[in-house]
Design a protein. Structure first.
Length: 40
């Protein structure tokens, strides 16, 4: 099985279940806030 490098802008796999999508969205939101706080 070959490793695939995913770009950060790539969409989350649609097959991910709802709770997983929610978790990823929450994680992305928190990470974005941290980045904004650092760059401010």
């Amino acid at each position: 099985m070959t490793a695939v490098i995913h770009s950060k802008s790539e969409r989350i796999d649609v097959r991910a279940s709802a709770p997983v999508k929610q978790l990823l969205r929450e994680a992305a939101r928190v990470a974005q806030k941290k980045c904004e706080r650092v760059s401010a």
